[in-house]
Design a binder for this molecule. Structure first.
Ligand code: ADP
Ligand code: MG
Length: 574
């Protein structure tokens, strides 16, 4: 293939203007050649003969006149067996290998093969003469605990006939295992690896289905009150230090999905190191094997400029879609989308675009919407289902949810888990504010019962606000009891101790079981003499409930604590 070239005519931070000789297209990858280093960039704008490249590396040393090579390809990722367990940067460089090659001070301009050329046991599912279209699976390999389907590249159009396919056996990822030909005699050689543009959603499924099944997180406040559906979207906005990252890590461990992809874009470097150290040591509660076997981590190193944050978000969602097309449930967690939005703002400023709200580009909303729209549950051509669920944190300055990124996200997501400074300061974890947050999805418990219980928290809060004005003396006993019931729901059910081995993750069955008891406590009336009596009574119940929460399901303590609690409640029932 003839190489398309150009040369640098201007440098403005990470934005490099290039005059090109032939043609280039938007989102095409170009390499700026500085000495013997090739720096990767992506065309983000083309105006009168000039292409503006956002460069994913530090741009020091780039001069006017430096040569540029255009690849003729859109910014893409490699998809295939061997992705799981890996840690990549936003451009899909495997980080451990990169560190090995370059030492801990990562060099720029080094791009490694994202998928190691390993041996895989391939089993064909089609034969010579069969017809295939984009996305069809023609065989599979076992990858960890999954059957990894080998598929026809998603970007191929039309029908193709298999003219050659390997028999069952061991092949390398980059070996040609299938050859196809279309009606006009065009031939393609397929390996286990697909190169897929990241900014276009992978289609090749039968239809999109409304998300309807809860994605269980084992966090009571989420599953019972603010559910997330498989194939749905949710966001976690919250001020610095309120617990967004911890919440996402808890979810990545416990969510009942097949695969978790973590996109850590531009949060503190120390956190990334923590994940890398911690994850391989954790076991998957579902399989008892290493959590990494079902995890992919994408994170940016501090040596990469902000533009790489954008790439990491798209790299992550493209991988998620790929596994969805194998009939798997994938959870993508992005932390934090604000960092990504800031990168957009920086680039937009350099492009001298007309700024919108708080200097974010006018297309901020549509970019955020397009990203979350790539979530969804789909029915595949073979009748099976797959899903991509997306959860993104937002870190607005000062925790003010009125800012553009939070607002744009709010418009498109199906659930909103807003963290509050007040709750995290009071160490009420998870610090999701039950008054502010909402979900449009169905959860694990009958909505009517949930609403009845929730209403005590809402009404209890009103009473509490009033009590701050009129004092406890000015509050009626009935109101005071509502307040106590609301506090009870909050403290024994909405809050959850992530350090307690039992309370940290609570199964659906257990949530249903304890919720029933809690609901009954709320809906019952009691013989209580006065407010002091009520306070003592609810304090006692609270402690008994917490003891119950802390006891293992199949231990004698579970039954004992449950009976103690019920006896105390029954003793006062009216
Ligand atoms: P953010 O990502 O919102 O800036 P983090 O998730 O890093 O905040 O949390 C900051 C700190 O708050 C943690 O280091 C931890 O000490 C505490 N924390 C957050 N969530 C919890 C939790 N569920 N249980 C106990 N401590 C928590
Ligand atoms: Mg964080």
């Amino acid at each position: 293939m003839e190489i398309k070239t150009g040369h640098v005519v201007g440098v403005n931070g990470n934005l490099v203007d290039v005059e090109f000789d032939t043609t280039v297209v938007k989102n095409e990858v170009g390499y700026i050649i500085v000495g013997d280093t090739r720096l990767k960039g992506e065309v983000i704008r083309i105006t009168d003969g000039k292409a503006s490249l956002q460069v994913y590396e530090l741009t020091g040393g780039i001069k006017v006149g430096d040569p540029v090579e255009f690849s003729g390809e859109l910014l893409s990722v490699d998809l295939g067996p061997g992705l799981l367990t890996q840690v990549f940067d936003g451009l899909q460089n495997p980080l451990p290998e990169l560190a090995e090659k370059c030492g801990f001070f990562l060099q720029r301009g080094v791009y490694l093969d994202p998928i190691p050329n390993l041996d895989w046991e391939f089993t064909p599912s089609m034969k010579v003469g069969d017809t295939v279209v984009a996305g069809d699976s023609f065989g599979s390999v076992p990858e960890g605990i999954f059957t990894h389907k080998i598929m026809v590249p998603f970007s191929l159009s039309g029908e193709w006939k298999i003219t050659d396919i390997k028999e069952k056996g061991v092949y390398k990822s980059h070996d040609v295992i299938c050859t196809i030909e279309n009606r006009i005699g065009e031939k393609k050689e397929l390996t286990m690896i697909i190169s897929q543009p990241v900014k276009r959603a992978i289609g090749a499924y039968e239809e999109r289905i409304r998300p309807h099944e809860p994605m269980v997180t084992k966090i009571r406040l989420v599953d019972t009150f603010l559910p997330v559906a498989k194939g749905g979207t949710y966001c976690i906005p919250g001020p610095f230090g309120a617990g967004k990252t911890v919440l996402q890590h808890l979810t990545s461990r416990n969510a009942d999905v097949d695969i978790v992809i973590i996109a850590a874009c531009g949060e503190r470097a120390g956190e990334v190191v923590e994940i890398l150290k911690e994850f391989p040591e954790l076991t998957d509660p579902k399989t008892g094997r290493s959590l990494m076997e079902r995890t992919i981590i994408i994170c940016n190193t501090s040596s990469m400029p902000v533009a790489a944050r954008e790439a990491s978000v798209y790299t992550a969602v493209t991988m998620a879609e790929y596994y969805r097309n194998m009939g798997l449930d994938v959870l993508l967690l992005a932390d934090s989308t604000s960092r990504w939005a800031q990168a957009m703002r920086e680039m937009s400023g350099r492009l001298e675009e007309i700024p919108g709200d708080e200097a974010f580009p006018a297309y901020l909303e549509s970019r955020i919407a397009e990203f979350y729209e790539r979530a969804g549950m789909v029915r595949l051509k073979d009748g099976s289902f797959g899903s991509v669920t997306i959860g993104g944190t937002v870190s607005p300055a000062g925790g003010n949810f009125e800012e553009p990124v939070t607002q744009a996200t709010l418009k498109v997501v199906g659930a909103f888990h807003g963290l509050s400074r007040e709750r995290s300061d009071a160490r009420k974890y998870p610090a999701i504010d039950p008054l502010d947050s909402w979900s449009k999805y169905d959860g694990i418990i009958d909505k009517k019962l949930v609403d009845e219980t929730y209403s005590f928290v809402l009404k209890g809060n009103e009473v509490n606000q009033m009590m701050k004005v009129v004092g406890e003396e000015g509050t009626s006993l009935d109101d005071y009891i509502v307040y106590q019931k609301g506090e009870l729901v909050d403290s024994v059910y909405m809050q959850q101790n992530s350090f307690d081995p039992v309370d940290a993750s609570v199964s659906v069955e257990r949530q249903r079981y304890t919720f029933d008891v809690l609901h009954d406590i709320c809906m019952s009336e009691y013989n209580l003499k006065d407010k002091k009596d009520a306070r003592l009574f609810f304090n006692e119940i609270r402690q008994l409930f917490l003891d119950w929460n802390g006891s293992l399901e199949d231990s004698p303590a579970f039954k004992e604590n449950e009976e103690k609690l019920k006896k105390t409640v029954d003793g006062r029932r009216r």
